[in-house]
Design a protein around this ligand. Structure first.
Ligand SMILES: Nc1nc2c(ncn2[C@@H]2O[C@H](COP(=O)(O)OP(=O)(O)OP(=O)(O)O)[C@@H](O)[C@H]2O)c(=O)[nH]1
Ligand SMILES: [Mg+2]
Length: 448
C-alpha cells in the first residue's frame, strides 16, 4: 500500500472561533471509515458528491453532535481520491474529538500540507498552484491575495506549460530530423528554429523578470530616508513602519548603520532604510556611515528628503533621477502651519502628532505606482524555488540559439533544449523529487 492510499484526516478550518468547523478525510477508505462511526447508514449516491445530515458520536463527555457530511465517493474531489468533509460546530476540542474518533476507526492524522500534496500527485494542481494555495493562506494584504489567487488559477502554469509544449514540439521536429540526417530531409528550417527559440527566450525572460523573490525582504524595493543629522528621519521611519525599529534621540549623529523596517504603501511591500544624517565625515566611523547612507540612496526606488521645519525654509534640493519626495518634519513645533513650503511641494509632517503621515504614505504609494511595475509573477515560495530553474532554462535556450546560429549540430541544440525542458518541468512539477515536495509541503499547516 502506498502512502497516498492511507486515509488521512485533520481539522481543516482555522483554529479561531467560527460558527462552523471542518474536519477533512481523504483516502480510499474515507467513506467506509465515516460510515463505521455513524449509527445510521449514509445515503450515498455512487457517483456524485452529497451533503448529508449526520449524528456523530464522540467520546464522553461530548456525546453525539449533529452536523453534516459532504461526501465525494469517487476521485472527483480536491485530493483526487474519495473524500469526506465533516461540517461541525466550530469548537476546537470538539473538532479534535471528531478527528480522534476517525483515527480510532482507521484513519491516520494528516501531516502538514498532505491534502494539497495528494491534489498535486493526483494531477489536480501543479506545483506552482500548490504553492499558490500556501500563498492564499499566508496572504496578509490585498495584493498578495490577488497574486496568489491568480497563480492558483494557472496564472503562472498556463504560460509555462504552453511554452513547454511548444519546446517539446520543436524538440520532436529536431529529433525526427536527426533520424533522417542521411537522407538530408529537414523537418524544421534553421530560420524557423531560430525564430522559435527567440520567441521562447523572450517569453521566459518576461516570466523570470516578473518573478520577484518576495520571500526575502532584502529583495524588496528600497525607500530611503535622507537628510541632515537630527532631522527626525528615524522617528519618521518608525512612524511610517508602525514599529520602533530605529533609535530616536535628541543627539545629532544617532543613526550610523542604515536601519531597515518593512512597510506596505498602497499594497506595495517595501523596505524602508533610515540612514545616518548627511554631513562631512570627520572620522572613520562617520565616513563609513556616510558611505553606507550613499549606498542605500543609490539602491533606492524612492527617496524621502527630510528637512527639520524648525530649521527655517528648506533649500532647493538638486534634481536627481531617483523619484524624490520632500518632507518637512516636526511641524508640530512651528507656531503656525508651513503653508508656503507646502505649496512648493514639501509635505508637512509630524511624527509626534501624526500630522501629514497619511498624506506622505499616499505620496509614497503614488511614486511606487509609477516606478514599480505590478509583480504579476508569483508568490514568494514559488519565486524562491523556481528562479534558479528558470535561469537554467534561459541559459540552455540561449545556448541552443547560439549553437544553432553557429551552424552547430542539431544534436547539440537538442541536448540544450532537453536541459531547458527539464528545468521548466521542475518549475511546474512535471519533474520533481521527494526532497522538493518535502520542502514545499512541510511549509503548509496541517489540514491543508
Ligand atoms: N516635536 C517633534 N520632535 C521630533 C519629531 N520627529 C523627531 N523629533 C525629535 O527630534 C530628535 C531627533 O530625531 P531622530 O528621529 O533621532 O532624528 P534623525 O534624523 O534620525 O537623527 P540622526 O540619526 O542623528 O541623523 C529626537 O529628539 C526626536 O524625538 C516630530 O515630529 N516632532
Ligand atoms: Mg536617526
Amino acid at each position: 500500500m502506498s502512502v497516498t492510499d492511507e486515509t488521512i484526516c485533520a481539522v481543516a478550518s482555522a483554529p479561531l472561533g467560527a460558527a462552523q468547523g471542518i474536519v477533512r478525510v481523504s483516502g480510499a477508505d474515507a467513506v467506509a471509515i465515516l460510515q463505521s462511526v455513524l449509527p445510521q447508514p449514509l445515503e450515498l449516491s455512487p457517483q456524485a458528491s452529497r451533503r448529508l445530515p449526520i449524528d456523530l458520536p464522540l467520546a464522553q463527555p461530548l456525546g453525539v453532535v449533529q452536523g453534516a457530511a459532504l461526501v465525494w465517493p469517487t476521485n472527483r474531489s480536491y485530493t483526487g481520491q474519495p473524500a469526506v468533509e465533516l461540517h461541525l460546530p466550530g469548537c476546537l476540542p470538539l473538532l479534535d474529538a471528531a478527528v480522534e474518533t476517525l483515527v480510532h476507526a482507521g484513519a491516520r492524522p494528516a501531516r502538514p500540507g498532505e491534502f494539497t500534496l495528494r491534489a498535486f500527485l493526483a494531477g489536480r494542481l501543479d506545483l506552482t498552484q500548490a504553492e499558490a494555495v500556501l500563498g492564499v493562506i499566508d496572504a496578509d494584504d490585498q495584493r498578495s491575495l490577488e497574486l496568489a489567487l491568480d497563480q492558483l488559477a494557472g496564472g503562472l502554469s498556463a504560460p509555462l506549460s504552453r511554452l513547454r509544449g511548444r519546446l517539446l514540439d520543436l524538440l520532436s521536429h529536431l529529433e525526427a530530423g536527426l533520424d533522417f540526417v542521411e537522407e538530408d530531409i529537414e523537418f524544421i528550417s534553421q530560420a524557423e528554429l531560430g525564430g522559435a527559440l527567440d520567441g521562447a527566450l523572450q517569453e521566459l525572460s518576461t516570466i523570470r523578470s516578473q518573478m520577484t523573490d518576495r520571500s526575502s525582504t532584502a529583495d524588496l524595493p528600497l525607500v530611503v530616508l535622507r537628510g541632515r543629522p537630527n532631522a527626525g528621519k528615524s522617528r519618521l521611519m518608525n512612524a511610517l513602519a508602525g514599529s520602533e525599529a530605529a533609535i530616536v534621540a535628541d543627539v545629532a549623529g544617532t543613526t550610523r548603520d542604515p536601519v531597515h523596517a518593512q512597510a506596505s504603501f498602497g499594497g506595495h511591500q517595501v523596505r524602508l532604510a533610515d540612514t545616518a544624517g548627511m554631513e562631512t565625515g570627520r572620522n572613520d566611523i562617520e565616513h563609513l556611515a556616510q558611505t553606507a547612507g550613499l549606498d542605500a540612496d543609490r539602491r533606492a526606488v524612492v527617496r524621502l528628503v527630510c528637512w527639520d521645519a524648525t530649521d527655517g525654509p528648506p533649500p532647493a534640493s538638486p534634481a536627481d533621477s531617483t523619484p524624490t519626495l520632500r518632507v518637512q518634519t516636526k511641524v508640530d513645533l512651528l507656531p503656525e502651519q508651513p503653508s508656503e513650503a507646502e505649496a512648493e511641494g514639501w509635505i508637512a509632517t509630524s511624527s509626534l502628532s501624526g500630522e501629514g503621515i497619511e498624506r506622505l504614505k499616499q505620496a509614497i504609494a503614488a511614486k511606487l505606482d509609477q516606478t514599480q511595475h505590478r509583480d504579476t509573477g508569483s508568490v514568494a515560495g514559488t519565486a524562491a524555488r523556481c528562479s534558479a530553474s528558470l535561469d537554467q532554462a534561459i541559459e540552455a535556450i540561449e545556448q541552443a540559439r547560439a549553437v544553432s546560429e553557429a551552424g552547430g549540430g542539431e544534436e547539440l541544440v537538442a541536448a540544450e533544449m532537453r536541459i531547458a525542458l527539464t528545468a521548466l518541468g521542475e518549475v511546474t512539477g512535471e519533474i520533481y523529487t521527494d526532497d522538493i515536495l518535502d520542502r514545499i509541503f512541510s511549509r503548509f499547516c496541517i489540514g491543508k
